[in-house]
Design a binder for this molecule. Structure first.
Ligand code: UT7
Length: 333
């Protein structure tokens, strides 16, 4: 990582939000031909939370997660300079961040969406840390939120069983360089594999025959699970090792490994490749499934609330997903 660091960056508080409606594996077996046994042994998932009806939206979840983070430190929302909403399922293709800015009363914040699927929160944290460490902004809210239940093909059992809806938020603040806690990052993209995980735009309807004018809509999630699985287990440990190495940090110094919550078998394979003990891995996908950009901040917030993460703990966070994009960020708590 080459960056001009004139001041440090730290995470002040986190928050998360999940819909109240649960869908168990058993209920899932009434929608597609599957079983609790198959889903649990292949993925580690038992249930997921889903947005209900037309009343709730991604924005409600993101606002709720953000308010919880703000309330933990009683920060006046007008002090926020920037809001980054990492999502691939906005309410509005032009972006949903501005609606969150308005609803939480962050009147002085500029707000934008960042699209990087399941790696979105990691990229959001890295982006925020750059603005803080180069002294552009003082307070930044990073949100990871997704409602992929709206985008799955509910007749495709290989994908619809995986995803759930949630949001997580982290408030970051600039600090002196000695207190800097965002230590390093390592990011990658390989568009050669983009076709393995996508929600593609489909050219569908001829609008004007003489002008050859078409108008379409987005399709549902397509995933080649096997390819994405192999990619994650191969590339994510390399990214983590590169990031640790360039920070002069050894594997033994890592207190917590927080990976994108995609599949328990992926988490374990990566952990084993890195020779990290199982008590250091953060995992909650049993209860929520894969919540895409929300998975890392949701798991982080829960682990903090459980009082497990202690001051000075070293947390290695890695995201991976569509793009394909993957990356690591190292945080000293
Ligand atoms: O967040 C983005 C990153 N995403 C990921 O990291 C996902 C990575 N991939 C995976 O987690 C796994 O590949 C899956 C969980 C998606 C699938 O697990 P798998 O062990 O790779 O299963 P598979 O696709 O090889 O399918 C094995 C069998 C197939 O049947 P045949 O062809 O062997 O007869 C599937 O048709 O399991 C069948 N199958 C199912 N059976 C019951 C696929 N989905 C289901 C299902 N229930 N839900």
């Amino acid at each position: 990582m080459k960056s001009l660091m004139v001041q440090g960056a730290k995470i002040l508080a986190t928050g998360s939000a999940i819909p109240s409606s649960k869908l168990s594996n058993h209920q899932m077996s009434k929608i597609v031909e599957t079983s609790d046994e198959w889903i649990f042994t292949r993925t580690g998932i038992k249930e997921r939370r889903l947005l209900e009806g037309a009343d709730q939206s991604l924005i409600d979840l993101a606002v709720s997660a953000s308010k919880k983070a703000l309330n933990k430190i009683t920060m006046d929302p007008s002090k926020i300079d920037l809001i980054i909403l990492a999502t691939s399922s906005p309410n509005d293709l032009f972006g949903s961040a501005s609606k969150i800015q308005c609803q939480i009363g962050a009147t002085n914040a500029v707000a934008f969406d960042l699209t990087a699927a399941c790696s979105g929160f990691v990229l959001g944290l890295v982006t925020a840390s750059q603005f803080l460490q180069n002294n552009t902004y003082s307070n930044i809210l990073v949100i990871g939120a997704d409602v992929l239940s709206k985008w799955v093909d509910w007749s495709d059992r290989s994908t619809c069983i995986l995803f759930g809806d949630a949001a997580g938020a982290a408030l970051l603040q600039s600090c002196s360089i000695v207190d800097n806690s965002i230590l390093n990052f390592q990011l990658n993209t390989d568009g050669n594999y983009a076709q393995h995980l996508s929600i593609n735009y489909g050219k569908e309807r001829l609008v004007h025959p003489h002008l050859n004018l078409y108008q379409g809509s987005f399709k549902y999630i397509y995933m080649n699970g096997k390819e994405v699985y192999k990619f994650a287990v191969f590339q994510v440990p390399l990214s983590i090792l590169k990031c640790l190495h360039s920070s002069n940090i050894s594997i033994e110094e890592v207190d917590w490994l927080l990976l994108h919550q995609a599949n328990e078998r992926i988490l374990n394979a990566i952990r084993e490749k890195l020779s990290i003990s199982s008590d250091k891995i953060i995992s909650n996908l049993r209860n929520y499934g894969n919540t895409s950009a929300a998975s890392i901040p949701l798991a982080l917030d829960e682990t903090i609330q459980e009082g497990k993460i202690l001051r000075n703990d070293l947390i290695v966070i890695a995201g991976f997903g569509a793009g394909l994009t993957w990356g690591t960020i190292i945080i000293r708590w």
